[in-house]
Design a binder for this molecule. Structure first.
Ligand SMILES: [Zn+2]
Length: 370
């Protein structure tokens, strides 16, 4: 195919603490050559940049092989990214990443325009473009990613609302417990994410059900179910390799009870086991799911009161629990908000792009500039 007629594509990256996902994204949103590689963050910044440069170098040829023409690069990365595409701050999950001139590095590596933004912002943009909110025609919504921590993004008029420095969306660090709160990785304590993240849910399971839940409760969740929830991965860290999120309607076929030779006791706190048991009607599991839903709702209530938000897109691997979980969160939220904020109702939608959301969102960020 000649250059003139080739479809234009953007190389999209989604850089998380454990995996880097990438793919070639057409203007239509169609994704080619989607894959993920280990981040290898322990090897440091130069290793990370080398991985990105290598992918940039290979992308043009790869695109041509598909009859496509590469026109730019977009990246969503864990950490805070300023308007210049510089990593303003990244946690120890990406050692040395703070201060990286990410947009410029990618432009130098590719010789093409590049865009860099926060990973949850990218995910929200991807959802706004092609995901659940797009199919509902939503231009305004709040995205909440429940993972190791809690990431967030406010989409206003179809675009990311960045605030003064581009860092809006740190909902996970709204303080929900002033005294005696659980310490948070951000240095404060009592942050919402310490109560409502997937890691917090694992802790809750350990507290309420010291033996955890048996393996057969989760096994029927599908042999190809990703490890994302058990790893406490953020949305951008999901590495299923299969492209499919956790099955929404997974139901156990066995009665929970047999321990099934659990080797690692921490598996017993795998939220997938909790949800499988709850779906099977296990009373203790249902109680924990309800308590977790209530904790998630606390943060949403604050957001409703702050933003007068009506629609929430819930991402992260846990979103794949679908209505089973979301309806419970919605119920707790509705019950607590001031009546004047109820309006046409508070709606929770499960993010629908799964592991590709960040890649297409990052590509979208670049496509909006070229
Ligand atoms: Zn915090």
């Amino acid at each position: 195919m000649g250059k003139g007629t080739a479809q234009e594509v953007v190389l999209g990256f989604d850089l998380g603490g454990t995996r880097i996902k990438m793919g070639l994204v057409e203007r239509s949103g169609r994704v080619h050559a989607f894959r993920s590689v280990p981040t290898g963050s322990a090897e440091g910044r130069e290793h990370l940049l080398a991985t990105l440069r290598q992918a940039c170098a290979a992308a043009e040829t790869e695109a041509a092989g598909h009859g496509l023409r590469l026109i730019g690069v977009g990246i969503g990365t864990a950490g805070f990214v300023d308007a210049e595409g510089r990593v303003a701050y990244a946690t120890e999950n990406l050692p040395g990443w703070t201060g990286t001139e990410l947009r410029r590095e990618l432009e130098a590596a590719s010789g093409l325009p590049a865009a860099a933004l926060n990973d949850v912002h990218a995910m929200a943009l991807g959802e706004a473009w092609l995901g659940a909110p797009a199919s509902l025609g939503l231009q305004n919504f709040v995205c909440v990613a429940l993972g190791t921590g809690i990431g967030g993004c406010l989409i206003q008029g179809g675009a990311v609302f960045g605030g003064r420095d581009g860092h809006a969306g740190g909902f996970g660090h709204q303080i929900v417990m002033q005294d005696g709160g659980i310490p948070c990785g951000c240095g404060l304590s009592g942050c919402w994410e310490s109560y409502a993240s997937v890691n917090a849910l694992k802790r809750l399971i350990a507290e309420r059900m010291p033996g955890g839940f048996p393996a057969d409760a989760a096994r029927s969740g599908g042999a190809d179910a990703p490890e994302a929830v058990s790893d406490g991965a953020r949305a951008e860290d999901v590495d299923s390799g299969s492209g499919s999120p956790l099955p929404i309607d997974a139901r156990p076929t066995d009665t929970p009870g047999s321990l099934g030779g659990i080797a690692d006791v921490s598996d017993a706190y795998d939220p997938r086991r909790l949800f499988a048991a709850a779906r099977a009607g296990h009373p203790a599991a249902l109680k924990i799911v309800d308590e977790y839903a209530s904790r998630v709702a606390v943060g949403l209530v604050n957001l409703v009161h702050t933003l007068n938000a009506g629609d929430f897109v819930i991402g992260g691997a846990i979103a794949a629990q679908g209505e089973f979980l979301l309806s419970r969160i919605a119920e707790h939220t509705e019950r607590r908000i001031m009546p004047v904020y109820r309006g046409a109702g508070i709606r929770l939608h499960a993010a629908s792009l799964g592991e590709q959301a960040g890649v297409v969102g990052a590509a979208c960020a670049l496509l909006r500039r070229v």
